[in-house]
Design a protein around this ligand. Structure first.
Ligand code: NAD
Ligand code: MG
Length: 396
């Protein structure tokens, strides 16, 4: 029986993973080692009981008593805090879902890779933050990283059996989010509730807002570069409002392989769970005749400065990815808390990169995890200062 762990079990990706495991027979089909979450300990305990996990870990140490109480009599161990999360990643498991949101997913993912595990990577932030380190760690320990982001799973599938050297371009699609056709002036006043309302995908709040601002696609451009190793000029973004075609790979003979599927993350998660086989996944089947038509358009750089910033970060490489992701996370925190406007998020990220480039070498290679975490910390501090300045009406 295969053993699994789910990091970020209580989130959107975690729930979809849990659903696939349960449909397959739950504890009768998989041995669950660890499930982790942050604040929703009631749900975490429920999942741990149903899967008969070895251990349940909450990231929040203050919630340990609640988690213990919720697990009383279940035989599931309760643990809390960052060290417990990392320790949970040290426990032997064949397949590990990296479904935490944000750079917080980096350390558990790295730990799992150091043990040579198969890491199903939904946590794109870890590739943006420390791509070269993550890929080198996987290679050094014989670990496998399988992309779970729908676009990257699509590229991975389109590349299967192909010669990577024959690839001419990679195109990842973007729905354009809820603001695709809003006038620019209105974007400045967009609310958190409006930004959260993704037209096609049901996802966590943070990635939904990142989809509206295109910061999600910006992260995905970098993720494509880091995971597959294609140079930035080979990677394109194409707006496709229906979210049916997830990515396309063009070859030097002019042929293009596209990957299509319904907007349901259980496809990409299930693909990674069953890889290299193909399992039966209970997603809705595509009915193209009913859909009738699919449309495509070029992204508007004025509307979505995040894409331009991602290109700048890819040109710098090094620790710029860690700075970019951290600044984006802080800008998003401030937007969600009502401190800054929707368009201020990109401005805060741009100001942070500018400020940091005068202070440190953003192009320093991604050497150790400590270097990455130090840059992450510094960028969070600067982005926080710059966001406050913006909130108070000043400009950096
Ligand atoms: P979510 O907000 O729904 O869930 C996040 C999970 O991480 C929860 O279990 C939460 O408790 C946990 N968590 C949050 N902060 C934490 C911290 N500081 N330390 C430890 N755990 C923490 O997010 P999601 O939408 O499921 O996204 C998870 C990851 O998958 C993200 O990296 C996202 O970009 C990526 N992803 C998500 C989707 C999707 O459809 N939801 C699609 C592609 C990629
Ligand atoms: Mg995606």
């Amino acid at each position: 029986m295969r053993s699994i762990s789910i990091f970020g079990a209580t989130g959107s990706i975690g729930e979809s993973t849990f659903d696939l495991i349960q449909r397959a027979g739950g504890p009768a089909a998989y041995r669950t080692v660890a499930v982790t979450g942050a604040r929703n300990v009631a749900r975490l305990a429920e999942m741990a009981r149903e899967l008969r996990a070895e251990v349940a870990v909450t990231a929040d140490e203050a919630l340990l008593p609640d988690l213990r109480a919720a697990l009383a009599g279940s035989g599931v161990e309760a643990a809390a805090g960052a060290a417990a999360l990392a320790e949970a990643a040290d426990r032997p498991a064949d397949w590990v879902m990296s479904g935490i949101v944000g750079a917080a997913g980096l350390v558990p993912g790295m730990r799992a890779l150091r043990h040579g595990r198969t890491l199903a990577l939904a946590n794109k932030e870890s590739l943006v933050t420390a791509g070269p380190l993550l890929m080198a760690t996987a290679a050094a320990h014989g670990a496998t990283i399988l992309p779970v982001d729908s676009e990257h799973s699509a590229v991975f599938q389109a590349l299967t059996g192909e010669d990577a050297g024959a690839v001419e371009r990679v195109i990842i699609t973007a729905s354009g989010g809820p603001f695709r056709d809003w006038p620019l002036e209105r974007l400045a006043r967009a609310t958190v509730a409006e930004a959260k309302a993704h037209p096609n995908w049901s996802m966590g709040n943070r990635i939904s807002i990142d989809s509206a601002s295109m910061f999600n696609k910006a992260l995905e451009l970098i993720e494509t570069r880091e995971f597959f190793g294609f140079p930035p000029e080979m990677i394109e973004v194409l707006v496709h409002p229906q979210s049916i075609v997830h990515a396309l790979v063009g070859f030097r003979d002019g042929g293009v392989m596209a990957h299509l599927g319904p907007a349901d993350m259980r496809h990409a998660i299930g693909f990674a769970l069953h890889w290299p086989d193909r399992g039966h996944i209970p997603v809705e089947r595509l009915d193209l005749a009913r859909l009738g038509s699919l449309s495509f358009e070029a992204p508007d750089d004025r509307r979505f400065p995040a894409l331009r910033l991602a290109r700048e970060v890819m040109a710098l490489r090094g620790l710029a990815g860690a700075a970019f992701n951290a600044a984006k996370e802080i800008a998003l925190d401030h937007f969600m808390a009502g401190g800054i406007g929707f368009l201020d998020m990109a401005a805060v990220v741009e100001d942070t990169l500018e400020r940091l480039s005068a202070e440190v070498a953003l192009t320093s290679p991604v050497g150790t995890l400590e270097d990455v975490l130090a840059m992450d910390h510094l960028a969070r501090t600067r982005a926080g200062e710059l966001a406050l300045k913006r909130k108070e009406g000043g400009r950096a």
